[in-house]
Design a protein around this ligand. Structure first.
Ligand SMILES: C[S@@+](CC[C@H](N)C(=O)[O-])C[C@H]1O[C@@H](n2cnc3c(N)ncnc32)[C@H](O)[C@@H]1O
Length: 424
């Protein structure tokens, strides 16, 4: 037994030896297993033991299908930490917000993460700043009981840090779970709201409260910024799985005169058109939307001998193309072979993967194996990870779910072929 200061013993729980090993290495979760299923459902915190001694403190989510406990602390007096939990939470919220204020992220966009869950030591809690609207996304029900406190602390710290005057009516809450419900505004009179945001001087429309996803992937913003040199001087650009067109608009801004966006969804492509109209500098004549399944589009493009200087492929983790449900990781073998066929002489391909189920190493291996086995004249030139407002850590691959590779054509220039893959 571990005695709390009030002399009431706190139960110390055994956890799986693998959990101990992983947590020691920096992984922050206890998943459902024969040990964690024995955690008492009424426990708010789990104090895990190792060799009979208190080892780590976790917040407990007895109803989560997979992740039963998330790391709060590995050091110090857990009893005290449980007592000071709210103050500690407030300090962590402040630290995360201060980090954003100090970073350069605000110079380029007015949508960014204020809190990125485990990356900011507030596990399972993600908070977006979307042009002065605040979207709170929870991945564990644990935070429900602290919702009012979190909103109060966020309001104080955000107003102070950004010199704003926000109140609860600017807040939206969303559980990121299988129910896939849109965010709800704390202002009972507002069902949804259209918000104009800016990234790299491009305007986008975002809608809170209507759909599960609100129209822009903020976690991709730092990658987009790093990709700017790749977009320069690319005249014809193909954006596969275009969604609302963040990459398409980025291509237009960088001087492309022929941008094609492919997506299955008519609704997203209409949204993309609206995004183009929100920017006076784009007249729309340089852009074409294709409502089609990517595989079918590629078949036609190959038959028509189309050529593109830059191809971006950002599939969903699983894609339903009307006939089959394919896994994006598996489908890269065919995709890559087809994309190479319509790549211009000095063309480049950006392949992205958005899933915590595949590590970066596995993804890169898969792409390299495909290049090798299909004898494609391509090589991996650069790697892209989550960045800036989306902090990650080395031994928590689930947190580094977004990954990208820049593929260049091999040509006779030996120097270029030898280019060592660098990390961005
Ligand atoms: C992860 S989102 C792409 C995000 C986008 N690249 C961005 O950065 O904003 C995936 C998109 O793929 C589309 N999609 C899914 N399956 C598809 C398929 N087989 N063919 C074409 N589009 C598909 C979805 O409608 C969705 O818009």
């Amino acid at each position: 037994m571990y005695y709390a200061q009030n002399k009431k013993p706190l139960p110390l729980y055994d956890i799986h030896p693998t959990s101990i090993k992983l947590i020691n290495r920096g992984h922050p979760w206890i998943t459902l297993d024969s040990f964690s299923e024995k955690f008492h459902p009424k426990e708010k915190f789990i104090v895990a033991k190792n060799r009979g001694k208190p080892f780590a403190l976790f917040i407990h989510d007895p109803t989560h299908k997979k992740i039963r406990a998330r790391l709060w602390s590995k050091q110090g007096n857990f009893d005290k930490q449980i007592k000071n939990f709210k103050q500690d939470l407030s300090n962590r919220i402040k630290a995360a917000i201060t980090k954003r204020v100090k970073s350069k992220v605000l110079e380029d966009r007015n949508h960014f993460y204020l809190i990125f869950g485990e990356g900011d030591n507030i596990p399972g809690l993600f908070v977006h700043f979307i042009n002065e609207q605040i979207l709170i996304q929870t991945y564990t029900d644990y935070w429900k009981k602290h919702q009012d406190y979190i909103i109060q602390q966020l309001t104080n710290h955000i107003n102070q840090a950004f010199d704003l005057d926000l109140d609860f009516t600017n807040f939206w809450i969303q559980s990121r779970d299988e129910a896939k419900q849109p965010a709800k505004c704390l202002d009972p009179n507002r069902n949804y709201q259209i918000i104009d945001i800016k990234e790299s001087d491009i305007n986008f429309k975002v809608i809170l409260g209507k759909y599960y996803d609100h129209g822009i992937y903020t976690d991709m913003a730092a990658i987009r910024k790093r990709l700017a040199p790749v977009f320069k001087d690319k005249k014809s650009v193909l954006n596969l799985y275009a969604y609302t067109g963040a990459f398409s608009l980025f291509a237009l801004q960088n001087g492309a005169d022929n941008v094609v966006s492919v997506d299955l969804s008519e609704q997203y492509l209409q949204w993309l058109d609206e995004n183009i109209k929100r920017n006076e500098c784009f007249d729309g004549n340089n852009h074409k939307s294709e409502q089609n399944a990517v595989n079918d589009f590629l078949d036609e493009a190959i038959a028509d001998k189309h050529q593109y200087d830059l191809i971006i492929s950002d599939p969903p983790s699983s894609s339903n193309d009307g006939n089959t449900v394919s896994n994006s990781f598996q489908s890269y073998s065919r995709l890559l072979t087809d994309m190479e066929k319509i790549l211009s002489e000095n063309g480049q391909i950006i392949v992205l993967l958005n899933t915590h189920k595949t590590t970066f190493r596995k993804f890169e291996e898969k792409i390299k194996k495909t290049i090798f086995s299909k004898n494609l004249p391509l090589f991996v030139a650069k790697k892209y990870f989550l960045h800036e407002d989306c902090p990650t850590s080395k031994n928590f691959p689930e947190g580094s779910y977004l990954k990208g590779l820049l593929l260049k054509r091999k040509n006779k220039n030996v120097e270029e072929e030898k280019e060592v893959a660098t990390t961005e």
